[in-house]
Design a binder for this molecule. Structure first.
Ligand code: NI
Length: 136
């Protein structure tokens, strides 16, 4: 019997989307306002979901206090109020799209969460646009 537990978190961050192999004109066509060279911000909503069996002694899949601490230490402290392109090393050469941010978050948390638990990252870049990554 597997149960999924989830924790919501929030961070604000600036980014621009840009492929340095392309001309500014092509970047503007593909990325639109998100290629603005002066950057812009998003209010990111993060949902971290952990699936596994319920431990018979605690009744927990995992201790949510521990999950909260991990998300704060690994993600919020690293991303909140940062310029993702310029201040977060993972995005020095990686375009900080919602897709790539979700993969980076998954990779960071995967190292901290017990391997018998399945991890899913859902990241909202806007209230209507969100991505999901499960490590596949
Ligand atoms: Ni954007």
């Amino acid at each position: 019997m597997n149960v999924t537990v989830s924790r919501k978190a929030h961070f604000n961050a600036a980014h621009k989307l840009y492929n340095s192999d392309w001309t500014d004109a092509r970047n503007a066509v593909v990325f639109g306002k998100c290629s603005n060279p002066n950057f812009h911000g998003h209010n990111y909503e993060l949902i971290v979901s952990v699936k596994g069996s319920v431990h018979p002694e605690t009744g927990f899949v995992m201790d949510m206090k521990e999950l909260k601490k991990m998300i704060n230490a690994e993600i919020i402290d690293a991303f909140d109020h940062k310029n993702l392109n310029e201040e977060v090393p993972e995005f020095k050469k990686l375009n900080p799209t919602a897709e790539n941010i979700a993969v980076v978050i998954w990779n960071k948390l995967r190292l901290k969460i017990a391997i018998n638990l399945a991890l899913t990252i859902t990241l909202y870049e806007t209230p209507r646009n969100f991505v999901t990554y499960t490590g596949e």
